[in-house]
Ligand binder design. Structure first.
Ligand code: TYD
Length: 135
């Protein structure tokens, strides 16, 4: 699928001992080659402002609340609220995103390949030109 969507992963455990969640094949729709996380992001800070040409990502808010404002290859705009550590947002290639961080939020990203700056589209007008080809 070319559009972002939420994936609900199992929470394993109990209230008394706590919980764990695992992200693995086949629920994760790509092979994971990189993980990174952000932390100490000031509350209400907005980051992102880019799309990726080929990268697939699965993103969790491990703590706190994170909002994703997305625009996909078809021009659909969506807001995804991540506020549970077992719910991941799958983002396929060519999705513009702006990300608003809540208090003490920690974003974990699992990605399909290593960091290449050349995979980024950081200019919104460039992104709009590229997706127009899908009209
Ligand atoms: P970026 O992806 O632009 O983060 P955000 O959109 O949240 O602001 O990355 C911020 C900086 O970190 C940028 O200079 C590139 C660098 N970076 C790496 O060196 N390796 C990575 O895997 C990632 C994700 C970023």
């Amino acid at each position: 699928m070319n559009v972002p969507y939420l994936i609900n992963f199992s929470s394993i455990g109990t209230d008394s001992i706590g919980f764990l969640t695992v992200a693995q094949s086949p629920e994760v729709p790509f092979t994971i080659k990189r993980a990174y996380w952000t932390y100490n992001t000031p509350s209400n800070q907005i980051r992102g402002f880019h799309a990726h040409r080929e990268l697939h990502q699965l993103i969790f808010s491990i703590t706190g609340e994170i909002e994703f404002y997305t625009e996909d290859i078809f021009g659909n705009k969506n807001i995804f609220k991540l506020d549970q550590p077992n719910i991941g947002l799958y983002i396929p290639p060519m999705v513009w995103r702006e990300i608003k961080f809540g208090i003490n939020s920690t974003l974990l990203c699992l990605a399909s390949f290593e960091y290449f700056e050349t995979d980024y589209i950081r200019n919104y007008e460039d992104f709009k030109k590229l997706i127009k080809k899908n009209d």
